[in-house]
Ligand binder design. Structure first.
Ligand code: SAM
Ligand code: SF4
Length: 327
């Protein structure tokens, strides 16, 4: 079992396969994009699988492929298949903006993936276009339908809640779970990256969202931490789907954090909000054996910080954009 120095079990790895994206969401990337990594600096799929295999031998059990937008990187389906087949892996999933999902849902399912998260912050086509700076909601909705047709379950929709942007739609999002078998998960807007327009006034705490949607009906807690990670899950009486609240600011979950992140350029980050990273590339490319690679990963885990306090007024945002870290 892989544990850090605070006795937390680390069994979840998020892998960012690219820092590139086909959208420019206002809360994630500046309109001009970010300074992109050089191709030579990005890990090849063989290198990613080698790191993942070492992490799995140490005790990682669940893997999520993310980005940037993971579906813009060619060959991501075969990467998914290779990760699914690593002995010891229990679950491989993907987080996507959904734009290319209609084409990728079938091959990803065939590669052995069963779960998928889709980011969608508005149900209104024009507002969606504004938030994403150009995205076509119709393609995302087609992607979600196709994912359902292919048997992905659960389908989770991630909604970043922002005051003055989509707060007027949170009730409508919650209502979707009554009739449809989807998980809608509200994420508190986080101050990540240096130019993503985070302002305290835009932030909405999960408790406030719960108050807003309580007019639909009583919410019953669903105990599902093992699968839902940091999301607190609820269900309306008799509803087909569920609601989740991810509260990194108002109720941070550092005490139970089980994750580490691999950036597209091969840096292991043990805390989303700490710029402390361990560069695995020299080990992957420099001829270190598998045992040595495992040792470097295990050592990085030992330096995982106890936590962060985003709610402190003195909190300084991390330098990398969310698209470069993988969310
Ligand atoms: N491109 C993919 C997508 O959008 O789903 C995967 C990468 S994206 C960085 C992963 C997740 O991070 C998305 O659900 C996105 O909404 C979330 N995210 C990005 N910036 C955020 C911020 N400042 N606060 C809260 N969530 C954020
Ligand atoms: Fe791209 Fe995802 Fe960031 Fe939006 S949230 S800009 S889709 S990486």
């Amino acid at each position: 079992m892989l544990t850090d120095s605070y006795h937390r079990r680390i069994n979840y790895l998020r892998i960012s396969v690219t820092d590139r994206c086909n959208l420019r969401c206002v809360y994630c990337m500046p309109s001009e994009g970010i300074r992109l990594l050089e191709h030579a600096d990005i890990l090849s799929f063989e290198e990613i699988v080698r790191v993942a295999a070492a992490a799995v031998r140490l005790g990682i059990r669940r893997i999520r492929i993310t980005g940037g937008e993971p579906l813009v990187r060619k060959g991501v389906v075969s990467l998914a298949g290779n990760l699914v087949q690593l002995p010891g892996v229990e679950d491989v999933s993907l987080t996507t903006n959904g734009l290319l999902l209609a084409d990728y849902a079938a091959p990803l399912r065939a590669a052995g993936m069963r779960r998928i998260n889709i980011s969608l912050d508005s149900l209104d086509a024009e507002k969606y276009r504004r938030i994403t700076r150009g995205g076509d909601i119709q393609r995302v909705l087609e992607g979600i339908s196709e994912a359902r047709r292919q048997g992905f379950a659960p389908i989770k929709i991630n909604v970043v809640a922002m005051r003055g942007v989509n707060d007027d739609e949170l009730v409508a999002f919650a209502r979707l779970t009554v009739e449809r078998p989807v998980d809608i998960r509200f994420i508190e807007f986080m101050p990540v990256g240096t130019s993503t327009g985070w302002e305290r006034d835009r932030f909405i705490a999960s408790s406030e969202i719960r108050d807003m949607i309580s007019r639909i009906g009583a919410l019953h807690p669903v105990d599902d931490r093992a699968v839902s990670g940091p999301a607190e899950m609820y269900r309306f009486d008799g509803a087909a789907g569920r609601l989740g609240f991810i509260s990194p600011l108002s109720n941070h979950f550092c005490d139970t954090c089980n994750r580490m992140r691999l950036t597209a350029d091969g840096k292991l980050r043990t805390c989303l909000f700490s710029d402390h990273e361990t560069d695995l590339k020299p080990h992957v490319r420099g001829g270190s054996g598998d045992g040595a690679l495992e040792q470097v990963i295990a050592e990085a885990i030992r330096t995982k910080p106890k936590g962060h306090d985003l709610s402190e007024p003195t909190f300084e945002t991390c330098r990398r954009a969310m698209s470069a870290i993988g969310g």
